[in-house]
Ligand binder design. Structure first.
Ligand code: CA
Length: 361
């Protein structure tokens, strides 16, 4: 009996001994500070696009009580704009902010996650990503690059772009040298144009010197900030190629794995917050910027002819069909987007679209 009591006491003492050890391990984890670098494809502090990563960094630092500090680098400060993907993949920086369609050279399927021509608008993209299986597919695609993507903002429907050539028919697109990345660029190429991809910071000079005849960028708020009205004759709509583009926050997978659960939750929550915040900002600021472009700067705003839109739509279907054959995952993403679009069109036909029509009567 005495031996039994001693054994029980020993267990009790051992048990007591373990508990403080566990608590101190958790406490130590909570005291660990992280200093991360976030590289972007935008000029430092660029309105809208560039403010999302800055806001993300501020939110993360505030929510974590300074345990996770994120330093934001604009394009060219740590790495050039188009090296953001590699820098985060390799761990030179722990995070990046940009657009997935800049990385079609890595995998063609990356193009799906910024924008599909004649595809989902901002509201629908967010629905597809967060409740329609889109984000899971995006993460599956990026896993091979050691990256975890998060939605990192949306601009809403963009403008077709700035042109120094009138677009009256498809003939006018032949030979047109236009900056237009991603799947929209593939459509312009198929239409006989020459699509090029270059970072935003190079567009003004390229338009001014005639290196390109046209450029899409974002919409009134961002386009006014770059001053494209000074170097282009016509401002065309609608943004058929980017109806609701989503930007990306990418995280190096190994770096993410080192974060305790609460900091992971903070990263996720801050990303979701800046994703919505950007759309709110553009929804408010595009309106006033358009007024300024037209009334102060006399910008010639034009609608693309209906027959051009119809032909671009037909060519977009061809581009998407071809992309779906690129890989097994591209096929699955294409099917997922197409199914979501079909359902969204059916419901939005009697909700959003019906309401717009009603409001315009
Ligand atoms: Ca764009």
């Amino acid at each position: 009996m005495r031996i039994g009591i001693i054994a029980l006491l020993s267990l009790f003492i051992l048990g007591c001994g373990e508990k403080p050890a566990e608590t101190s391990a958790v406490a130590a984890e909570k005291q660990q500070n992280f200093k991360w670098k976030l590289v972007t494809t935008w000029p430092k502090n660029y309105p809208g696009l560039g403010s999302a990563p800055e806001n993300f960094a501020k939110k993360v630092e505030a929510m974590s009580g300074g345990r996770l500090q994120v330093k934001v680098f604009g394009a060219g400060q740590l790495v050039p704009a188009f090296e953001v993907f590699d820098a985060v993949s390799q761990g030179t920086a722990q995070m990046g902010h940009g657009a997935s369609y800049y990385w079609t050279g890595k995998s063609k399927a990356t193009g799906f996650f910024t924008a599909v021509p004649f595809g989902l608008n901002a509201q629908e993209m967010n629905g597809w990503l967060h409740y329609g299986g889109g984000l899971e597919l995006w993460r599956e695609l990026y896993d091979q690059f050691n990256l975890i993507p998060f939605a990192g903002g949306s601009t809403g429907v963009q403008m077709a772009g700035w042109f120094n050539r009138e677009i009256n028919s498809m003939e006018d697109i032949k030979g047109l040298k236009m900056r237009i990345p991603g799947l929209g660029g593939d459509v312009i190429t198929r239409a006989g144009g020459i699509s090029v991809t270059m970072p935003g910071g190079e567009l003004y000079t390229s338009m001014q010197t005639g290196v390109i005849d046209a450029t899409e960028w974002v919409g009134p708020y961002n386009d006014l900030a770059f001053g494209f009205h000074q170097v282009a004759k016509y401002y065309y709509y609608p943004g058929w190629h980017e109806p609701g583009p989503i930007l990306e926050l990418i995280v190096n997978k190994d770096a993410y794995a080192t974060l305790p659960a609460d900091l992971k939750a903070i990263v996720e929550t801050a990303a979701r917050a800046v994703n919505q915040d950007m759309l709110d900002e553009y929804t408010a600021r595009n309106n006033t910027a358009l007024v300024e472009l037209v009334e102060t700067h006399g910008v010639d705003v034009r609608k693309l002819p209906d027959e051009v839109i119809a032909e671009l739509s037909r060519l977009s279907d061809e581009v998407l069909a071809e992309l779906a054959t690129d890989s097994e995952i591209a096929q699955r993403i294409a099917e997922s987007v197409a199914a979501f679009k079909q359902q969204a069109m059916a419901y939005h036909g009697i909700s959003e679209e019906a309401y717009y029509n009603a409001r315009n009567q």
